[in-house]
Design a protein around this ligand. Structure first.
Ligand SMILES: Cc1cc2nc3c(=O)[nH]c(=O)nc-3n(C[C@H](O)[C@H](O)[C@H](O)COP(=O)(O)OP(=O)(O)OC[C@H]3O[C@@H](n4cnc5c(N)ncnc54)[C@H](O)[C@@H]3O)c2cc1C
Length: 386
């Protein structure tokens, strides 16, 4: 048993899932040999290619388990998980559509209006429409209930004012889902009066400014809303339901394979190199990596299965994120140490280059999607039954 919760059991992946896995592997092999895919770590945040997303969309590999009427293939949640596992492990550039498919679409599927689902889901599945998450603000990250961005009522819609930070991909996305205050804060009910709105990033009054990463890359942004008009039909669900929506979204955000496979292209290369030579000291490092990977994958499968069955395993998702993102950070250290200690890897410039490109992003793993310290508070409170 991987979790205390007896409802989370390890599912068995059927033959059709494995057949799909082989198809994705064949596609990846073709992309690699055609030079259209250059494996990188963190490919779900750093690898953005609209062309690649569209090629996946043409195959039906984005939102595979969504209903056909919304652009999906009517598959299972495990089909989608399998496609994603293979693409992440290959270091494929899936970053353009990743957040829209992982988070925005399930949100709209669960809380959006029928008109919103019909407008946005098929374009997300086609790999042509991308969404950003507008939750964090200056001084507001872990404590989301204190967001200051606010929307005020006007005839037929809302006027949005405020500022979001760390907004991944806002510079190439079409829409952002903004968490904002639509009623004054009530100190006795801090989570009330919040709403989520779909905002067109090309609207008048939206300014997007880059925030550069440690390695100079442009991944996230500051997004400013200055009297932006948001029509009523762009509010997700009912005004005031934002907190319920945000907390349900987070289980999707925290439990997926991107929380332990971000460094997989490096691990994969490392393992292949070791397998090619005679046994030596680096083999124990390989064993440590593999044992943890397998356990994390099983935990993620359990949570994914529960999500697909309509449950909300928020605490278990937090556990996957905590253990998985720590593993991602430590995997870089394990490979780095082996690179120094194991003679077989002494002159391996390919591993060295991939490691060097990945290390500057390591501090972000345990922050993005909610910091691990805050998640541990949640887990501890749950274990105490509070
Ligand atoms: C790569 C990356 C991409 C991101 N993309 C997005 C995005 O697209 N959209 C978006 O909205 N946000 C995004 N974020 C922001 C991210 O969600 C926040 O950084 C995160 O929630 C933490 O908020 P903060 O930075 O304000 O830190 P703070 O909340 O100020 O926390 C600072 C430190 O204090 C600790 N801390 C805070 N509260 C507690 C507590 N109660 N108990 C114990 N420790 C505590 C934290 O663990 C942290 O170490 C991204 C972040 C990163 C790194």
């Amino acid at each position: 048993m991987l979790f205390l919760n007896p409802e989370l059991t390890l599912p068995t992946l059927g033959r059709s899932v494995e057949a799909l896995r082989q198809k994705v592997r064949a596609f990846v092999a073709d992309e690699l040999s055609a030079g259209r895919l250059k494996p990188i770590c963190n490919s779900w945040t750093e690898g953005c290619s609209a062309e690649f997303s569209q090629r996946l969309g043409e195959r039906g590999w984005i939102g595979y388990h969504w209903p056909r009427s919304y652009g999906g293939q009517g598959g299972t949640a495990f089909d989608t998980l399998t496609i994603n596992e293979e693409l992440l492990a290959a270091g494929a550039p899936v970053g353009a559509h990743w957040i829209a498919a992982r988070q925005s679409a399930p949100l709209l599927m669960r809380f959006g209006s029928e008109a919103q689902r019909r407008e946005f889901l098929p374009a997300i599945a086609a790999g042509t429409q991308y969404f950003a998450i507008g939750m964090s603000e200056p001084d507001v990250g872990s404590d989301l209930a204190s967001v200051r961005t606010r929307a005020e009522r006007r005839a037929g819609g809302w006027v949005l004012n405020g500022r979001k930070v760390w907004t991944s991909g806002a510079h190439f996305c079409h829409y952002i889902i903004v968490l904002c205050r639509t009623a004054p804060a009530d100190p006795k009910a801090r989570h009330s009066g919040l709403s989520q709105m779909i905002v067109d990033l090309r609207s008048s009054g939206v300014t997007i400014r880059p925030i550069h990463m440690l390695d100079g890359n442009h991944h996230f942004n500051e997004v400013i809303f200055d009297d932006v008009i948001v029509p009523d039909e762009r509010v997700v669900g009912a005004a005031g339901e934002g907190w319920k929506q945000v907390t349900s979204e987070l289980a999707y955000e925290r439990s997926g394979p991107e929380r332990f496979l971000s460094t997989m292209p490096l691990i994969d290369l490392f393992l292949r190199r070791l397998a090619a030579g005679p046994a030596a000291s680096g083999d124990s490092a390989a064993g440590r990596l593999l044992a943890r990977l397998m356990t994390l994958r099983n935990m993620s499968l359990c949570v994914w299965g529960a999500l697909g069955a309509g449950q909300s395993p928020v605490i278990e998702a937090a556990m996957v994120k905590d253990l998985g993102t720590n593993f991602e950070r430590e995997s870089l250290e394990i490979v780095r140490e082996a690179l120094v200690a194991d003679e077989r890897l002494a002159d391996d410039t390919e591993i060295g280059a991939l490691l060097a490109a990945t290390l500057p992003l390591a501090p972000t793993y345990t922050l993005r999607g909610g910091t691990n310290e805050v998640l541990r508070n949640m887990i501890a409170k749950n274990l105490q039954g509070k």
